[in-house]
Design a protein around this ligand. Sequence first.
Ligand code: DX5
Length: 221
Amino acid sequence: MKFPDYKDNFIVPSVLSADFSCLKKEIKKVEKYSGWIQLDVMDGHFVDNLSFGPHVAKCLKNVTELPLDVHLMVEEPVKFVKPFIDSGAGVITSHFESNDFLKAIKMVKDAGIKAGIAIKPRTPAKKILKYIPLVDLILVMTVEPGFGGQSFMYDMLDKIKEIRDYLTINKLNKYLQVDGGINENTLIYALNSGANSFVMGSALFSKNNPSFIKRIAKSIK
Ligand code: DX5
């Protein structure tokens, strides 16, 4: 599995907003300009929505060479780590606000997979700074998790900058990912605040012009 460098700026298509009747075609349209593909896993408890499980990840492994980034929006991430490792995930992110998130992160790292820690909009950066050395990726949610197509929360920009400053001061190489309401305009704000991994769902899959992602990916190189 080939991963972007920690310093690279890259787009992460979120299949949550893709047309599930032709997922292979949807991924083939975007993979050339993407760092990896994200699967938003929802359990109907941690968030009021249900999405998909390990079987979808297993099927997508036959569709793309790109790493699969599994964003666990579930109450019990420990329950889902092994099934997604077995389905070939390359990155597994657990929410700070979920049960036993540290145990889930450790399980992911022990399996040699990249681990992420995610925080909801209301969780301050200071709550997770001490865990950053344990992970490869920090995900700052720029919407309340649960649904695609929401509006970007500009008041998250200070949090993104705070975490970027922490990484710089401590010379830590990590992905700083944003997720929620990312389009060609909001992406620039997040980029200028220090994010380098941009999860994009509805802004990407709602468009029927393949050149859109090519233009966006080029603009952040
Ligand atoms: C929310 C999801 C969405 C999705 C991206 O729980 O995590 O943020 O990935 O959706 P858009 O790009 O449509 O906001």
